[in-house]
Design a protein. Sequence first.
Length: 172
Amino acid sequence: MPSKILVAYATRAGSTRGVAETIGEELRQAGLQVDVYPIKEVSNLSSYQAVIIGSAIRAGSWLPEAKRFVKKNQAYLKTVPVAYFLVCMTLMNDTPENRASVAKYLEPMRQLVPPIAEGDFAGKMDYSKLGIFARFIAKSLVKVPEGDYRNFDLIRQWARTVAAQIKSTTAN
């Protein structure tokens, strides 16, 4: 029986859900059994042999529910392979400097549960999905242009690498 994998994600405007679903599709194509759920809908991890956790980044940090999920499930997560991914508009300009800056956002999670892999991906900015305050910040202060900056080839490639890592660490 193939390993059962959870892909759990936290999102505000839906961009991270699209990344999580793409990761889930790739893992299935690699022969793994996969569930993809919003973090808020996950209550029991005991049936999973590996967990991939992702979050949108707001103000340089994972969303609060994603951080709480890792803290709450830390003991179990330390017993299975764990991978993290983040979705961040900073990476719409994919430069070494931006990658180095964004990599720091996962440090609090690394300290709780060290991952077997990390994926850092650009997101999608759709002002219609934002509340009035977030829209004001994105447009006026941060000046993030609308558009879909997700690189699905990069996301799929990362997911295939993670699938191989999971298969090698969960093989009997």
